[in-house]
Ligand binder design. Structure first.
Ligand code: HEM
Length: 389
């Protein structure tokens, strides 16, 4: 049936046979033997991005980007339209999973030394993709216009404001005024639904073009890398494509399960006059936010902005020609140290300014994450006493 349709209609209009060659060449391109399940993390990132685009378009049907209507419109989406609750939850969970998966993909390319010559530019485009994925999350977080989002954005834009010289300008540019308000919502909306999606599409296309052009990295030394031939490689189609299909299916299952079993609460509508206790950014900014607390303002900003600069420059700083992680103890050790620090500062940030029950006792974790026996109120009272003395 399809063959007859192609013969009768398509073939008379387009030179299908001429296209077949290049398409088949790409599909049959052999991948190195080291390509396994971890190499599906890149396409998993792409899958999540596409899922965000689809669910984002569905959300746009009813979402209203104004201070008076945003919260109510999200509430409406969650209760009235067919499956509205599902696509809102899949979008919210998708944003979080995308940060995790893109990060894991970056980690995979780091551990296998894939960022080394000649793939430094692929890595640099990747770092842009990672940063824009985080900004995607930051701008999207404000859109439901709830208390949590409003105050997290106030804090986030305040941090940007402490950058020397240009900080004030950046903060006003982000907020569209002295405080977070209707101008901020409009700006974040435009960035979130127009600028970032198209920018990401462009960057992903360049990133994938580079991956295809240079081929997936082998585990050989930089100066010994040879082109993979058919006899020694794994075919992209069907072997790798099948793996990708399986992980897409599992990801979709995870997204829907999380949407059903752990839905995100909308909370209360934003109230600029009521500051909640302990305002915190989203979990993926939490380690950086916590680090900022330990340094004087300027030094903190300097430390935190070093991280992305370091990521961009890493392929040029690492002069070791080996790709095998067992032969790169410094790079791997450094990576473990960074991961541990992110985890520790993240946990401390999560615990900070909360009251917890540990081994049958109540502890209050102060703003620096230090535990104090007793409740928050008792701690505050002690502080006031000390201050009085
Ligand atoms: C939306 C985000 C991203 C998408 C959709 C994406 C997609 C992909 C895909 C499909 C591949 C080929 C298969 C694979 O190795 O997994 C790939 C390879 C690669 N990606 Fe990404 N990527 C993203 C972000 C990043 C980030 C954040 C980095 C690092 C900073 C990065 C660095 C690389 C490198 C170096 C390769 C070559 C891997 C090799 O040759 O072994 N990518 N990417």
């Amino acid at each position: 049936m399809i063959k007859r349709l192609v013969d009768a209609w398509v073939r008379q209009r387009f030179d299908v046979d001429k296209m077949r060659g290049p398409v088949e060449k790409q599909l049959k391109k052999p991948l190195p033997h080291n390509v396994g399940w971890f190499h599906t993390l890149g396409s998993m990132s792409l899958f999540l991005f596409l899922s965000q685009v689809v669910t984002g378009i569905l959300l746009l049907v009813y979402y209203r980007p104004t201070v008076n209507e945003a919260f109510e419109s999200v509430k409406f989406i969650m209760t009235k339209p067919y499956m509205g609750w599902l696509y809102r939850q899949v979008h919210a969970w998708g944003a979080n999973l995308m940060v995790i998966v893109v990060f894991l993909h970056m980690l995979r390319t780091y551990i296998t030394g894939s960022y080394k010559k000649p793939r430094e530019v692929t890595w640099i485009f990747g770092v842009f993709l990672f940063i824009f994925t985080m900004i995607f999350g930051f701008t999207g977080y404000l859109l439901p216009w709830n208390q949590l989002a409003y105050w997290a954005t106030t804090v986030g834009t305040e941090v940007a404001g402490s950058v020397p010289i240009v900080g004030e300008w950046i903060r006003t540019l982000m907020r569209g005024g002295p405080s977070v308000g209707s101008e901020t919502l409009s700006r974040f909306f435009v960035i979130h639904v127009i600028i970032l999606p198209w920018l990401l599409v462009l960057l992903v296309l360049i990133h994938l073009f580079l991956v295809r052009l240079q081929g997936v990295a082998t585990m050989e030394r930089v100066d010994e890398e040879k082109e993979v031939d058919k006899a020694h490689g794994t075919p992209f189609f069907p072997t790798h494509v099948l793996k990708e299909g399986i992980v897409f299916y599992i990801l979709l299952g995870i997204l829907i399960t999380l949407a059903i079993l752990a839905p995100f609460d909308l909370g209360e509508k934003a109230d600029p006059l009521t500051t909640p206790h302990a305002i915190k950014p989203e979990w993926y900014f939490l380690p950086f936010y916590q680090v900022l607390k330990y340094f004087p303002k300027l030094a903190g900003i300097f430390v935190v902005t070093l991280a992305p600069i370091f990521l961009f420059l890493w392929p040029f700083l690492d002069r070791n020609k080996e790709r095998d992680p067992r032969k790169r103890p410094f790079a791997v050790g450094f990576c473990i140290l960074v991961l541990l620090s992110l985890f520790i500062f993240g946990v401390v940030g999560y615990l900070s300014e909360t009251e917890r029950q540990l081994f049958g006792k109540t502890y209050y974790f102060d703003v620096y994450g230090l535990p104090h026996a007793g409740t928050a109120a008792e701690h505050m009272a002690k502080l006031t006493d000390a201050e009085v003395k």
